[in-house]
Design a protein around this ligand. Structure first.
Ligand code: ATP
Ligand code: MG
Length: 606
């Protein structure tokens, strides 16, 4: 491509709303422009990068034996109602009624649709296993789109779904996908970590995330110091801390006046205590899936566009959750403890009803009888005599002894690991270390959650009808591009890995004499004819401007031809990632470049 004809609108200024390097550089290098919050237009360079990522993904998926299909971006709501996932996705799922009043969903993912294909087309074990994938746009009305294409509302995803007759077959495909993902991310030039993950929204029994460790990542990766175990923060288990000794002489609980002092920090400052001596009490509620469905159906019938109204219109069951004041609740762990049930924090009105006090003054004493389940994090048992809310506005109580002043066993009491791991925790006796990462892909074992609800059944060898066992495997195409920039850039711009760079080579004629232009043109045509992806900077601009742009857009190999090279009959080759320059005779340049590209590619697995 000729630079003079290309739409590569580079800019010097850092865009005001771009907080992280990849977002800034994707705008500055003219890869994309923002259309609206969380939606981006990919300009030629940006689209070339995405296509190169997609080609690598497609190549490896095809090699793994998966088959490519394409499913619609607009899906019928009924499919989502059948699995109840319209509810799980909540406001993240965008939906609209068509002219006939039928509800439609803008695909945030495609388990339901692909399972409907299996329901229609698969009836015998002989057709299994099968792994179907697509590469297509997904839409999620993210609560907070940010970081450019790392968390956008519209993004390109590779999603694959496998169907199996038995667990063993699922395990085999899961392993193949796991290995395929390793190849994909390596070929994209990424350094990644594989961590155990909760299967969350998807349901199911096993999952791994592929994450790119870097500061801008929104995920927290937790690793034992010997590297033998890694999980994301949602999953990372912790060893139980040593329990407190029961002190015989602890005085009875005593009320203290804490006017307008509700937060852990404020109470600690006021009562001169530490968060680890406090018992944090959360009041949560739940509602059955059936209630959800009913409410949601009537909601969409009456409030076509009012999503939040829906969240307020269901019946509740109550849960008390106790944590140490210095710990955070881990929703994923809690959901696992509750066997997959989703619960959420109550609103102020409900908290008043349950505790008899304003928010900030809830405590465990006397609450166990009022709630459906009383769930205590392990670490609360390290407290000998704690401070907690008095269930009375503006009051706390001290000398609260677990087991004496509130139950730590009994029929509705659960003691479990339901908090986030923190600095200082161990797992299986090994210290846990923390770092940030970007999730670029995830693999899940789904089981029969979707197939049983959507009737994707088959007849096994003995003629017995069974639901297909499923797996699913996602990759964020845009996130790969952005994370490649996050881990590989400098003050001058992007440093692309050769495999996903918009062009492999840029030729910069430094000067505009006929000889220089002719030599550059000749090399450009030769390289192009050989299949090299080459950009010729034929703009009528100073060398300095061209070098700056070449660095900003990050093309891995730069060839410079100037007056000196013409005099010496040579070209200068510079790698974007290195500072050194190599001079090569002009007639040998093509061979040298082809060699270099091969070298750079094979270093990351082709
Ligand atoms: P996250 O936890 O970051 O919201 P997710 O776990 O919900 O992501 P999946 O449903 O596993 O995402 O989707 C598969 C892949 O799609 C993810 O691994 C990620 O790379 C990509 N992806 C998901 N949401 C977004 C988004 N909002 N913007 C860009 N890519 C995304
Ligand atoms: Mg995920």
């Amino acid at each position: 491509m000729r630079y003079s004809k290309a739409l590569i609108p580079t800019v010097k200024e850092i865009p005001a709303d771009a907080e992280i390097p990849s977002h800034q550089l994707m705008i500055r290098a003219g890869l994309m422009r923002k259309l609206a919050s969380g939606t981006y237009i990919y300009l030629p360079l940006g689209w070339r990068v995405l296509m190169k990522v997609m080609n690598i993904v497609r190549d490896e998926m095809d090699k793994s034996g998966a088959q490519e299909i394409l499913m619609p971006a607009v899906q019928p709501m009924e499919l989502w109602q059948q699995t109840g996932r319209n509810v799980d996705y909540g406001p993240t799922m965008a939906h609209f009624a068509d002219r006939h009043g039928r509800e439609n969903v803008l695909a945030p993912t495609a388990e339901e649709v692909v399972t409907s294909i299996a329901a229609g087309e698969i009836n015998s074990y002989k057709q299994l296993p099968i792994n179907l994938y697509q590469i297509s746009f997904k839409f999620r009305d993210e609560f907070r789109p940010r970081f450019g294409v790392l968390r956008s509302r519209e993004f390109m995803m590779k999603d694959a779904y496998s169907f199996h007759a038995d667990e063993k077959s699922l395990d085999e495909t899961y392993k193949i996908m796991y290995e395929t993902y390793k190849k994909i991310f390596s070929r994209c030039g990424l350094k990644y970590a594989i961590v155990e993950a909760e299967s969350g929204e998807m349901g199911g029994s096993g999952s791994h995330q592929f994450t790119v460790p870097c500061e801008s990542g929104e995920d927290i990766i937790v690793q034992t110091e010997d590297g033998s175990y890694a999980a994301n923060l949602e999953k990372a288990p912790v060893d139980a801390l040593p329990k407190a000794k029961t002190l015989v002489n602890t005085p009875s609980p005593q009320e203290v006046h804490t006017p307008n002092i509700g937060s852990i920090e404020a109470v600690c400052a006021f009562l001169k205590t530490k968060p680890e001596e406090m018992i944090k009490t959360l009041i949560c509620s739940d509602y059955t899936e059936e209630d959800f469905k009913k409410d949601y159906a009537s909601h969409i019938a009456t409030h076509k566009d009012g999503k939040d109204i829906f969240w307020k219109s269901h019946k509740y069951k109550y849960f008390t959750i106790l944590l140490r004041g210095d710990h955070e609740l881990n929703i994923e762990k809690l959901t696992q403890v509750l066997g997959g049930q989703h619960i959420g924090l109550c609103d102020n009105e409900q908290i008043r009803v349950i505790t008899g006090a304003e928010v900030g003054f809830a405590g465990p004493v006397g609450l166990a009888e009022k709630v459906n389940k009383f769930i205590i994090d392990h670490s609360v048992l390290t407290i000998e005599a704690g401070i907690t809310g008095a269930n009375k506005t503006d009051y706390h109580i001290k000398n609260v002894v677990p087991g004496r002043d509130f139950p730590i066993d009994g029929k509705n009491v659960i003691i479990a690991d339901i908090r986030n791991a923190v600095e200082g925790d161990t797992y299986k006796g090994k210290k846990l270390l923390f770092k940030r990462g970007i999730e670029v892909g995830q693999v899940f074992k789904l089981g029969t959650r979707y197939s049983s609800k959507l009737g994707a059944k088959f007849l096994d060898k003995d003629g017995v009808e069974k639901p297909c066992i499923m797996g699913c495997y996602g990759i964020g195409i845009n996130r790969i591009a952005a994370s490649a920039i996050e881990i590989s850039h400098d003050d001058d711009g992007i440093i692309w890995p050769i495999s996903i760079a918009p062009f492999e080579v840029i030729i910069v004629p430094a000067g505009n004499t006929d000889e220089i232009l002719a030599a550059a043109e000749k090399l450009y045509n030769e390289l192009k004819a050989f299949g090299v992806e080459v950009l010729l900077d034929d703009r009528d601009a100073r060398g300095g401007v061209k070098f700056k742009d070449a660095d900003l857009i990050g093309i891995p190999i730069r060839i410079t031809i100037g007056a000196k090279s013409i005099a010496e009959n040579s070209a200068e080759i510079k790698l974007r990632r290195d500072s050194g320059i190599t001079k090569v005779p002009l007639e040998k340049t093509k061979e040298k470049i082809i060699e270099l590209i091969e070298e750079l590619k094979s270093a990351i697995g082709g």
